[in-house]
Design a protein around this ligand. Sequence first.
Ligand code: G1P
Ligand code: ZN
Length: 544
Amino acid sequence: MNIDTIITQPFDDQRPGTSGLRKKVKVFQTPHYLENFVQAIFDTQVDLKGGTLVLGGDGRYYNREAIQVILRMASGNGVKKVLVGRGGLLSTPAASCLIRHYKTDGGIILSASHNPGGPDEDFGIKFNTPNGGPAPESVTDAIFQRTTEIAEYQIAQSKPIDLDILGSITLGETQIEIIDPVKDYADLMMALFDFNRIRMLFESGMFSMRFDAMHAITGPYATEILEGRLGAEPGTVINGTPKTDFGGGHPDPNLVHAHQLVALTKGAHAVNFAAASDGDGDRNMILGCNFFVTPSDSLAIMVANAHLIKGYSGGISGVARSMPTSQAADRVADKLGLPCYETPTGWKFFGNLLDARKITLCGEESFGTGSDHIREKDGLWAVLFWLNLLAVKQQSVEKIVTDHWKAFGRNYYTRYDYEAIDKTDAEALMASLRDKLATLPGQSLNGYPIEYADDFAYTDPVDGSVSERQGIRVGFADGSRIVFRLSGTGTEGATLRVYLEAYEEDPSKQLQSTESVMTALVDIALNLAEIEKRTGRTKPSVIT
Ligand code: G1P
Ligand code: ZN
């Protein structure tokens, strides 16, 4: 086997964001672009030499080509064994599961998550460490540093490898094992949830469900688990065949992008339960009959009910939520006497807390929930958690949620996104907010007294690392909150996210529309950040 050493030059834009390096496909197709980044992974993650690597992606456009390059580079860099999902496919949670299950030296996941796919759309790559989680900042910083000084990369000469046949092949000294992408993950789910009970729910004839895979990676997983192992009727999984362009859609499970599914929860033939996942399978949306569960509430409800679920019946050690996520989980943790952590946005901040067993459950407002079973958020896991809960409680989704509000209060919640705005304008907007912080506490805006205002900083309780400037928080005396931050995953200009939360303890006021409850807070947010003046936008691109 010949290994070529290719001379290359650094690119100056390979700093990983919230979740790996994400760029347009065209950027990744630039000669040496992908190779440089992959070589930077091999150069910095030295255990991969002579070690084992998990490799797979969400099946989007350029997935197969990138897998071929990475396999040849793995061989060129002395990796002993690579576990690849058949067809080059692995959901993000399944990759995390495999890294942990086979105790590998890490994994490379190809995905741009919920961003659209296709020749003119997005691609992404990230490295996960041996705990199965996204690399922490120390690792991504080292990889980035390496990309700035890279001069050559190693790549084996080889014909394309057949990714579609299960089994083992060798590429030089490297063993490549093409594995079933679903099996180990599905086995893990069976260990956590009461499949017999869920099967009885499906067999009762009183319960119907649809799962929208959005033409993305969870199709094969959901079909095997829901229709195969749990006996849900064929057709329960919709849009279940992964496509390289996600059928031209935006594979993000929210009320806007999963409207086809939302429609199935309404009207005379509405299903009892509906759920969707995103491009790479780590996000989830939970719906009941004509009812939407906010991701923040979903996390809180999981914490409150974990004792009813097989894999968590022994008790949970604590919970964490990302800073912009509503404080609904905090209220449950408080009542149950559980530790509750507030972390910066991004799943990587949960890793240390999970590894140190300080928490069992964690989640983000951005349709992400998960537990210590892996080190990524997990879309299908959340769906199975809810199915198990429905099977145990024999109640509707709506009843479970509204009872929860009665017991703990309701945190009304909404997020406004302003996408693809000018980067300089966005940064100026944030800088101007920062300048105002010191003078805000004590002031009243639209009759709302401000209790605190800060730029969120987080000190990791496990390793003491500090992450600063993680978003502006403005907290009001009645428990309401506005958060402003810039996205770290976008590939075009900047995206401003405005997160709004209002707390209501009184059950008689818990059934209002979120929009009506939020009017005053929205007004405060728009004025405080001078959004229209600074971005030229009169309304957000998406409201979730
Ligand atoms: C977004 C979400 C964040 C999530 C990340 C990866 O990041 O807000 O919660 O962890 O995608 O799925 P952002 O674009 O806001 O940086
Ligand atoms: Zn995702």
